[in-house]
Design a protein around this ligand. Structure first.
Ligand code: AP5
Length: 212
């Protein structure tokens, strides 16, 4: 299965990608995670991406397209993959088409802007292993500490309220057109991003099985 998860920042793409990755035993590929790892390692690409990511803007298409093509050609993607955060613009979707990967399904997780703003204020992430939590909806076992590696949790810099508003603006103008792009190809399924993570998971897994 070659799957794309669409949705606004904070809609729950990463959360659902983690579940589907285990369910289908295929890798979940997050461009956001790849860029943040490059930023942390201070690679040339990471330094180039820094100002974009921290201000809530998109990293230029040519940078992201190169990264993703290289990643999708790795052996672990032979049986499929889940794309979380790519494509994010129509030129990125067209580039993916040209790479020759036949996408089976695109799932759009829909959540209102109001809910997103509220959700992002409660997200906490682990700077060590990248695990993601929510103060109310997915709390760690011990407050402020990562379940996986024991590091102290932090708030992502781009989860600051003013940056979240900018990311939503960018999403509506540059990424939302992809909904029609994939609807026209007959690949789109829309899932309501419920307040209960498990409910969204159930809807997402159902949308994967829906062959209609
Ligand atoms: P990226 O890391 O991809 O961020 P994003 O798309 O903005 O999405 P998030 O990771 O913030 O949210 P998510 O939808 O995964 O939600 P999550 O599951 O964490 O990208 C960051 C930046 O990198 C971009 O702004 C850009 O600069 C750059 N970039 C990345 N890809 C790019 C590309 N292709 N082109 C150009 N630039 C690119 O959930 C959010 C929170 O809500 C969590 O706390 C979670 O626990 C909670 N939650 C999840 N589901 C639910 C639910 N159902 N109910 C209640 N709470 C929930």
């Amino acid at each position: 299965m070659k799957l794309i998860l669409l949705g606004a920042p904070g809609a729950g793409k990463g959360t659902q990608a983690e579940v589907i990755c285990k369910h289908l035993s295929i890798p979940a590929i997050s461009t956001g995670n790849i860029i943040r790892a490059a930023l942390k390692a201070q690679t040339e690409m990471g330094l180039k991406a820094k100002e974009f990511i921290e201000s809530g803007k998109l990293v230029p298409d040519d940078v992201v397209i190169g990264i993703i093509e290289e990643r999708l050609r790795e052996d672990d993607c032979n049986n499929g993959f889940i794309l979380d955060g790519f494509p994010r613009t129509v030129p990125q979707a067209q580039a993916l088409d040209q790479m020759g990967f036949e996408i089976d399904r695109v799932i759009d997780i829909e959540v209102s802007d109001e809910k997103i703003v509220q959700r992002m204020s409660g997200r906490r992430v682990c700077p060590g292993c990248g695990a993601s939590y929510h103060l109310d909806y997915k709390p760690p076992k011990q407050a402020g500490i990562c379940n996986v590696c024991g590091e102290a949790l932090i708030r992502r810099r781009d989860d600051a309220p003013e940056t979240v508003l900018e990311r939503l603006k960018v999403y509506h103008s540059q990424t939302e057109p992809l909904i029609d792009y994939y609807r026209a190809k007959g690949k789109l399924r829309v899932v309501e991003g419920q307040e209960d993570i498990a409910d969204t998971t159930a809807l997402t897994l159902k949308a994967l099985e829906d062959r209609a």
